[in-house]
Design a binder for this molecule. Structure first.
Ligand code: PMV
Length: 342
């Protein structure tokens, strides 16, 4: 029998990552092709709603990637984003001289976020995909390189590589735009889902519209850089009042810039405003409660571990309420851990 050279079957890799909620928001790109943000941002990676993703390289003859999400085969928009991302991983593998560079992959993903809570974000998805796909293709990336890679899938995904509080440096180039830990006081978020319906405009589209048509966009970018620097100082000083104030102000400024698009885009609803009002009332009672909202109507209230239950209890009638805290960064799971986790 003659030996035919074959590539050994590659090991499937499984990774898990969690969504993050920004306290200083990312809204607008300076370079869309490289996913470089107009300003830096800061977030909390959550201890809830993980995405688990498996990447297996397909045999050399396979002509395309495949993508399964929640047990359903996808060939639409999400599939397209996954294949574009895998093209990027293949380019990195090619640059590293790896023989995997022209192989397609099968991606299977499972998302535990409740639909409509605004947390089924692409952040956890692309962080988990970056963490599983890079070793599947034979790349050994350090946390910075992994964060840069996740950024290519979805900007905010670069922060979900990092556990707990993270700062994403806007950077000047691909190499300098990544997230890393930003030590901060322990915090909780009380997530108030006021409307679980789909959002009217995707964040990608609305970011473009804001940059192109909102007269407040330049002021938003400048003020966010200033708020980020102030946030880093407040975190280092453990000044929770200042952290909260910066968080709520930054969210309001982002929504003001978005609402000033032509034609206007508005994510906040009457139910969202009611939660911001409740935060103001809770603060007069001496509780830490500061609102923030992403590209949707649901509000996350920033608070301390000591105040979290009281805050959650007092907004219970305004929506579905869930208390979350700091969670892990993106991690590779071995088969045994996966078994335990399921
Ligand atoms: O990374 P994207 O395209 O999902 O955009 C995230 C935008 C916000 O969630 C509104 C803000 C942020 O910094 O996460």
């Amino acid at each position: 029998m003659t030996d035919t050279p074959t590539t050994p079957p590659a090991q499937p890799r499984i990774a898990r990552a969690h969504p993050n909620i920004a306290l200083i928001k990312y809204w607008g790109k300076r370079d869309e092709s490289q996913m470089l943000p107009a300003a830096g941002s800061m977030s909390l990676t959550l201890d809830a709603f993980p995405t688990t993703t498996e990447v297996s390289l397909l045999p050399e003859r396979a002509a395309a990637d495949t993508f399964e999400i929640g047990g359903t085969h996808d060939t639409g928009k999400a599939y397209k984003r996954v294949t574009v991302f895998l093209d990027h991983v293949r380019a990195l593998a090619g640059a590293a001289g790896l023989p995997t560079a022209n192989r397609h992959a099968a991606v299977r993903s499972h998302n535990e976020a409740p639909t409509g809570a605004g947390l089924a974000s692409s952040a956890a998805g692309f962080a988990a995909l970056a963490a599983a796909a890079s070793p599947a293709y034979g790349l050994d990336l350090d946390p910075t390189a992994l964060s840069r890679l996740a950024r290519r899938g979805s900007g905010s995904a670069c922060r979900s590589i990092v556990p707990g509080t993270a700062i994403w440096h806007a950077g000047q180039s691909d190499a300098s735009s990544f997230a890393e830990p930003l030590p901060a006081p322990d915090m909780r978020l009380v997530i108030v889902t006021v409307n679980a319906g789909p959002k009217p405009v995707s964040s990608r589209q609305a970011m473009r519209a804001t940059a192109a048509t909102s007269p407040y966009y330049p002021a938003w970018v400048t003020s966010t850089e200033q708020s980020l620097a102030a946030m880093a100082t407040a975190c280092a000083a453990g000044d929770f009042d200042r952290i909260g104030q910066l968080t709520e102000t930054n969210a309001m400024r982002m929504h003001a810039a978005i609402q000033a698009c032509d034609p206007p885009i508005r994510y906040l609803q009457p139910g969202s405003i009611a939660v911001f009002d409740a935060c103001a009332r809770l603060r007069t009672r001496g509780l830490q409660a500061w609102g923030t909202a992403d590209a949707g109507p649901n509000v996350a209230i920033l608070t301390t571990p000591a105040d979290a239950e009281a805050v959650a209890g007092s907004v219970a009638e305004l929506g579905d309420v869930r208390v979350v805290g700091p969670g892990p960064g993106a991690v590779l799971l071995d088969a045994a851990t996966l078994e335990e986790a399921l």
